[in-house]
Design a protein. Structure first.
Length: 415
């Protein structure tokens, strides 16, 4: 008894199934107009035919409306479209006085719409609901279709069921593939950001280690360079040297953790990192490769901290690579403007929009450049503009976080 009640509840849930909101974009006005014209034509044809069979105008209009309604509801309300067509089949089967030799009491247009609504329902609903809809539709066929034709109609309904189920499975597989690709892209972007941060840490090691080594050397040699130093000062300098050495050791340990096992190239603790003066080498290399490039350097580059110089070099390097890849043959402008005791402004722009070679999407290179600028408290923007595609960066010339915050606040006030 419980099994019967559960089966009846399942069948009722199919009959009373509700549609979920359809997120698809609306159809063009032309297609909407064509759909309304088709619905109006079906309504006129079926209303005329049922009026001749029933000799009643109201019942004929009602049956015609039940035939046309699924056509209008099918796209956004597949469950309701099938429910209306199912009710229309039952009402027509009970009320239509078909001819004695007719194999079924329905108009051919109503049969076609019912099959389309049934298949559309199966595409957009779960398999269990489709099977229950098949059972209910089969019951209607057995009741109202004459015996010699019932088997053929059931085979047709079964074929529609199998086709709808296969289409639904294919749609689900494609949807799952799209979701998996989106997750893969997100994971690749996250991994790229982590790898870029690790690379930044490795490259900045040289800059920090250089300054720490100078602190150690100056602290250890201070007693020999300065005459008459008291013992308390000697002990203080010895403590500074010991603390600096310990900081260097801890930094090398941290770098060993960050360094990937397959890292290639020279040991970052020994290889010199590029500075602003090396940007000219980048430009000459690009010019030798046939790129029409101009370089503008203004301001005192000696006042720029080493970490800022390294970051600026890497941003220019990546921006030049993107420009030559997405807009080959386009003129490129590189500008580095040093504002004393304030910030370094960087610009890399190509005069031709890179759209002809494919749309420029936020890639791993742009993410890496933003990570480098953000690590120093700076800002970076990249995108098309009036003069083409441009990468702009602003890097503060201070290592003091408080000064960086004040600079950002003042910039926000100016905006």
């Amino acid at each position: 008894m419980r099994v019967i009640r559960r089966r009846l509840r399942s069948a009722a849930s199919v009959v009373l199934a509700r549609d979920t909101p359809d997120p698809r974009m609306p159809l063009p006005a032309l297609w909407v107009g064509v759909g309304y014209l088709v619905a109006a034509g079906l309504w006129v044809i079926t209303a005329t035919e049922y009026n001749q069979l029933n000799k009643g105008t109201f019942s004929a209009l009602l049956l015609a409306a039940l035939v046309v309604a699924p056509v209008l509801l099918m796209r956004r309300r597949p469950a309701l479209a099938w429910q209306v067509s199912f009710v229309g089949l039952i009402i027509a089967g009970v009320s239509v006085n078909a001819m004695p030799d007719a194999p079924w009491p329905w108009h051919p247009a109503q049969i076609l719409v019912a099959l389309l609504a049934f298949g559309w329902f199966g595409i957009h609903r779960r398999r269990a609901e489709l099977l229950w809809a098949l059972v209910l539709t089969g019951a209607v066929v057995i009741v109202f279709v004459k015996n010699p034709n019932s088997l053929a109609v059931m085979m047709l309904v079964l074929a529609v069921t199998i086709t709808a189920d296969q289409i639904r499975r294919r749609r689900e597989a494609q949807r799952g593939l799209v979701e998996e690709e989106a997750r893969t892209e997100q994971e690749k972007a996250r991994r790229a950001v982590l790898e870029e941060r690790t690379r930044i840490a490795r490259e900045l090691h040289d800059v920090v280690a250089h300054h720490m080594s100078l602190i150690v050397v100056r602290a250890e040699t201070a007693p020999y360079r300065l005459d008459g130093m008291p013992d308390e000062a000697r002990e203080e300098f010895a403590g500074i040297a010991a603390a600096s050495r310990e900081a260097l050791t801890e930094m090398r340990r941290l770098l060993g953790v960050l360094r990937s096992e397959d890292a290639e190239g020279a040991d970052p603790s020994r290889a010199p990192q590029p500075q602003l003066d090396d940007v000219a080498v980048l430009v000459e290399t690009a010019r030798a490769a046939g790129v029409d490039i101009t370089l503008t350097l203004t301001g005192d580059r000696a006042s720029v901290p080493s970490a800022v110089q390294l970051t600026a070099y890497r941003i220019v390097q990546e921006a030049l690579s993107n420009a030559t890849r997405h807009a080959p043959g386009a003129p490129v402008r590189v500008s580095l403007d040093v504002w004393p005791d304030r910030e370094l402004r960087l610009l890399v722009a190509n005069d031709v929009d890179p759209a002809p070679n494919g749309p420029v999407r936020p890639g791993l290179g742009l993410a890496g450049m933003r990570e480098r600028a953000t690590a120093l408290g700076g800002r970076l923007t990249a995108g098309p503009g009036p003069d083409g595609f441009a990468v702009r960066a602003t890097l503060p010339l201070t290592d003091d976080p408080l000064l960086i915050e004040k600079t950002d606040d003042s910039a926000a006030d100016r905006r």
